[in-house]
Design a protein around this ligand. Structure first.
Ligand code: ZN
Ligand code: ZN
Length: 242
């Protein structure tokens, strides 16, 4: 109640602004019509591996996109909330580099909707980790913000340091798929003090963007090595042209 009162007071002083362009909107953490129409939310039939949209109707069997068929994923199921294009791409970049941490709250609503089938059987939710030197520079891990907000919405356990990046890797932008897999190999491991939260459990790994899937594969391998029963992945945005 108190929080609601404060929020009302705040919204009187600072009217709600569009997350995308800063224009006035009806409610906090919303998007104006123009920004909304620039979002490419994923719905309907999707790839069971990465959540990419697929044409046609599902027939009850597992469907996968060309990319997942060509490169089988080590995780069991994956979902993506939106395509990494247009306004969605701008929001992802603002969350990652622009100190726009408030985007994570709204993004978690979209992520929860897309990841609904992956939230069964009480999985423990964890983010893709940043190396501590990069965390120091960036001040926050955008994937951890998403993972925390998703866990809170879904009422699930969040373990922000379940995985650790033990080796610093260069930025993956502009690298080929093979280079990405090579760079990521053995860069990520389970936190030795968190093994009891992984063993025999389902783990849901959260990231902001999936491109080749190299980072999520390294995270999945780390969870499986640590004894996870099953690993699923949920990302805010999927880059589909890889
Ligand atoms: Zn807008
Ligand atoms: Zn796929």
């Amino acid at each position: 109640m108190l929080l609601a009162g404060i929020q009302t007071a705040v919204s009187l002083i600072y009217p709600a602004q569009c997350l995308g362009c800063g224009g006035l909107v009806g409610s906090d953490f919303g998007l104006c019509g123009t920004c909304w129409s620039g979002m490419r939310f994923i719905s309907g039939t999707v790839c069971e591996g990465c959540g990419s949209p697929l044409p046609g109707e599902g027939d009850g069997f597992r469907l996968e996109c060309d990319s997942c068929l060509r490169h089988p994923r080590p995780w069991s199921r994956g979902r993506s909330a939106l395509l990494y294009e247009g306004q969605g791409r701008k929001l992802v970049l603002a969350l990652k580099h622009g100190d726009r941490t408030e985007i994570a709250m709204t993004a978690a609503v979209w992520l929860e909707r897309a990841a609904q089938p992956l939230l069964q059987d009480n999985p423990v939710i964890c983010p893709v980790p940043l190396h501590w030197t990069r965390l120091l520079k960036r001040k926050y891990n955008q994937s951890a913000l998403l993972a925390e907000a998703l866990a809170e919405r879904a009422g699930l356990e969040h373990c922000p340091d379940l995985l650790r990046r033990i080796r610093q890797t260069p930025a993956l932008e502009g690298k080929t798929r093979d280079q990405r897999y090579q760079l990521l190999g053995s860069a990520i491991c389970a936190h030795p003090g968190r093994l009891d939260r992984i063993r025999g459990r389902s783990v849901l790994i959260v990231d902001d963007v999936m491109t080749s899937g190299a980072t999520l594969s390294a995270c999945t391998d780390a969870c499986l090595r640590a004894g996870a029963a099953e690993v699923r992945v949920a990302v805010l945005a999927r880059v589909t042209q890889t």
